[in-house]
Write a new protein. Structure first.
Ligand code: IFM
Length: 433
């Protein structure tokens, strides 16, 4: 049941991941209102919970990084908060810049390699009010953010990912409406589906104009299978794959969007979107894969995309997500069909659980998924794995109820207590190779 570094190639990177708004405490350090603060006030989150205090990582980052280093991890994946660095979307907040200086330096002081992400969902509300990702002026502002991060921290970061999970930023937030800003509209969603990829392309170019930092993007994959052999279910699967998985990887790797999705989205996309595809598909240095679950889908009546998820009766996490470790192997293989020898990292993988400190279920989840990764890494360019998450945190629309951490956070006292899963990682990773 134990993890063993020897099962992975030399130099394989083990880390844990977090995101700014989920842990930092957004009311500290001069951060501006973010679209998530606004969404929470509008009732978009469980009990209107928000990231105002979160885990107070803003003040407790040294303790958190000590835990990472003592756990034997090699790397820390974290994100920069846009609304902290540019509270109104354009003016730079020096206090915010100084915070990330301290944070990155504290990682380096502990031999933790800093894997940065420029956008993990905390857009300044001032830009949200301009239309957010549906507005290409806002997309251009994102390039300013990426350039700023590269200029200030580029010499100290291991790498920089532009966008975390474009599906969540576009489809989940603008069509399904589960995430900020909570829009439910195909026309808006279609614009954001393209604009988020354009943001990536512009972000890479802006960062490269500043320094030679390795640049990439983090995609989430939810592979599907059809509930039956009927044509209707197979077509529903094709729509699911096109919107959830293929749109982003195909744009990046081939400069084209999948025809199955384009059919419905194209009429609403920005004029002359085709002209952006070269920039979107410009070469990158790595790709991040986030994987949690797979789904079985079937055709349903009603509105586009007419895809319903049907339970297979499998074991689920506390998110209700079915557990299928082998699907992570299939995703890695499929990605390499597009990306060949581009370095890949599993940048998020983990489970929400109610099991508290004695989280044997989470250990089993990590073990089964890292076994698959170890196997893939023998023949495919998988270079690292990051557990989601270092600590319990703000799980977006679901607030603090869902606990993904390997470290428990008491939200009354903010005390951190390592769970059994943290000890499992520590036993497998220490001492560092
Ligand atoms: O908490 C999120 C994270 O911010 C993005 N990927 C999925 C995680 C679990 O839902």
């Amino acid at each position: 049941m134990q993890l063993n570094r020897k099962d992975f190639p030399d130099g394989f990177v083990f880390g844990a991941a977090t995101a700014a708004y989920q842990i930092e405490g957004h009311k500290f350090g001069g951060a501006g209102e973010s679209i998530w603060d606004h969404f929470a006030k509008q009732g978009g989150t469980f009990e209107n919970q928000d990231g105002a205090i979160a885990c107070d990582h803003y003040h407790r980052y040294e303790e958190d990084l000590d835990l990472m280093a003592n756990g034997g991890f090699d790397a820390y994946r974290f994100s920069f908060s846009w609304a902290r660095l540019m509270p109104d979307g354009k003016t730079i907040n020096e206090e915010g810049l100084a915070f990330y200086d301290r944070l990155v330096d504290a990682m380096l002081a502990r031999n933790l390699r800093p894997f940065g992400t420029a956008y993990h969902w905390d857009m300044p509300q001032a830009l949200g009010e301009l239309g957010g990702w549906a507005n290409q002026d806002v997309v251009r502002r994102f390039a300013d953010l990426t350039g700023l991060i590269a200029k200030r921290y580029g010499d100290r970061l291991e790498s920089l990912a532009t966008i975390n999970e474009p599906w969540c930023v576009s489809w989940l937030s603008h069509f399904i409406g589960e995430h900020a800003p909570g829009t439910q509209d195909l026309a808006t969603a279609s614009k954001t589906m393209h604009n988020i990829m354009l943001a990536h392309g512009l972000g890479v170019a802006a960062a490269r104009a500043e320094c030679g930092i390795p640049m990439g993007i983090v995609l989430n994959f939810t592979p599907g299978e059809a509930a039956s052999d009927s044509d209707a279910d197979k077509q529903a699967l094709a729509r699911h794959e096109a919107i959830s998985n293929e749109w982003y990887i195909e744009a990046l790797a081939t400069g084209e969007y999948p025809a199955v999705a384009l059919e419905a989205l194209e009429p609403h996309m920005p004029d002359n979107w085709q002209a952006d595809m070269d920039l979107i598909s410009a070469p990158i240095d790595f790709m991040g894969i986030n994987y949690y679950t797979s789904v079985q889908v079937q055709a349903i009546e009603g509105d586009y995309p007419n895809v319903g998820v049907v339970s297979r009766g499998w074991e689920t996490t506390d998110m209700g997500w079915e557990i299928e470790p082998d699907a992570l192997g299939r995703v890695i293989k499929q990605v390499t069909n597009y990306t060949a020898d581009l370095p890949l990292y599993v940048t998020e993988n983990g489970m929400a659980a109610k099991s508290g400190l004695d989280d044997a279920d989470r250990i089993a989840y990590f073990k089964s998924h890292t076994d698959v990764v170890a196997n893939c890494a023998q023949s495919l360019p998988v270079k690292g794995y990051f557990a989601w998450s270092l600590m319990d945190n703000f799980e977006w629309a679901l607030g603090y109820e869902k606990r993904f951490g390997i470290i428990h956070v008491d939200y009354d006292t903010l005390e951190r207590t390592p769970k059994q899963s943290y000890e499992w990682w520590k036993a497998g990773l220490s001492p560092k190779a």
